[in-house]
Write a protein that binds this ligand. Structure first.
Ligand code: FA5
Length: 338
């Protein structure tokens, strides 16, 4: 064998044995450039073909081409295997266990008071009532005068009022939802069947049973032939829907300037009578103030505090738990994340 051919043979063997110790694609690239690249032994031989004796040239050319083809095939195969190996390693290393418990972001929830408000809305819309809302900043005339509470009347001080400066503006933060009754009667002809939910304001100190900002829901019906029996039946249905079918109601005589007769509605719940809200037949003076013909129409109205309703239903002893937005409270209702 000629000297050149044995150089080709040993270059090929070296390139082959280099393959056996290669473990990754980088090493393969390096070995390929060393044994098959421009400055490899095989390239040097092929560059020096001109100086090889003519008789030997064909045999050298053949051996060179055979070595190159064979090595290229082997290196390519090694490349494919190393690539497959790398892919399977990546898949293994980056595997995601979808059965692992995920870390959760706490989910927001709807406040129990809002849920109660919606619940009441559903009870009454099922009875054919509409839901109307009025402004929180209200004309003193609508909050008091139109409801038969004139400026010099002692009833004006029954509700501690936030007056708005300048006082000549005659605006107050509404002390109850009853002005929405007036707005409704001024803008709609009977028959009227509405509830008016909303926030109300009184300059009461925050304590276990009072808050300066609270919520009420007002009910108003004006139609032909409406009597106290309709009021009692409606309150019964309302109470049973909110507190349970076994609950009974009673009306206790009371006074509100805008209803005549007036009553407090109590519920018998958890073995005792609890005051729930105010109610009565709409005072004919109020109907007249709103241009309603009292010889044809009569009506009833009622008003409850939502926080107090929630307190009774869920045995909440401190109203501050409802208004302060502490998650420990809302969690009790299954809300506010963990
Ligand atoms: C009224 O506000 C009348 N407008 C209710 C009414 C409507 C009577 C229609 C007749 C016809 P009263 O002042 O009692 O009534 O308040 C009604 C309810 O609001 C109370 O029963 C109570 O649940 C709630 N409430 C009153 N003040 C507060 C307060 N500071 N904090 C929380 N709830 C309050």
């Amino acid at each position: 064998m000629s000297e050149v051919i044995s150089r080709i043979e040993s270059a090929r063997k070296e390139a082959e044995s280099a393959l056996t110790s290669i473990t990754d694609l980088d090493e393969l690239k390096e070995a390929k450039s060393k044994h098959l690249g421009d400055r490899s032994e095989l390239s040097r031989i092929s560059q020096s073909m001109g100086s090889i004796a003519a008789a030997e040239r064909a045999a050298v050319g053949k051996a060179l081409s055979a070595a190159r083809t064979e090595l290229a095939t082997r290196y390519e195969k090694a490349g494919r295997e190393l690539l497959a190996l790398r892919d399977s390693r990546v898949i293994e290393e980056e595997r995601v266990d979808v059965t692992l418990a995920a870390s959760r972001f706490p989910q927001g929830g709807v406040h129990p008071l809002t849920l109660l408000d919606r619940e009441i809305g559903e009870i009454f819309t099922r009875l054919g009532y509409s839901i109307v809302e009025g402004p929180e900043l209200e004309a003193a005339w609508l909050n008091f005068d139109a409801l038969n509470i004139p400026a010099d009347h002692p009833a004006r001080t029954m509700q501690d009022t936030f007056f708005i400066e300048p006082l000549e503006s005659n605006l107050v933060l509404r002390t109850h939802t009853s002005p929405t009754q007036i707005r409704t009667m001024l803008s709609q002809e009977p028959p009227i069947y509405v509830i008016c939910p909303g926030r109300t304001f009184r300059s009461d100190e925050l304590d276990a049973t009072h808050t300066p900002v609270f919520s009420q829901v007002e009910g108003l019906v004006v139609d032909e032939g409406i009597t106290m029996a309709d009021l009692k039946g409606t309150l019964d249905h309302f109470a049973k829907s909110i507190f349970g079918a076994e609950v009974i109601t009673r009306l206790r005589p009371s006074f509100f300037p805008f209803t005549e007769p007036s009553a407090e509605v109590d519920i018998f719940f958890n073995d005792r009578w609890i005051e729930w809200g105010g109610c009565g037949m709409v005072n004919p003076k109020v109907l007249t103030n709103c241009g309603i013909d009292t010889s044809r129409f009569s009506g009833f109205a009622f008003g409850m505090g939502l926080e107090r309703t929630l307190m009774v239903r869920h045995q909440i002893t401190d109203i501050r738990d409802i208004v302060e937005g502490d998650l420990r409270f809302t969690r009790r209702f299954g809300l506010g994340g963990r």
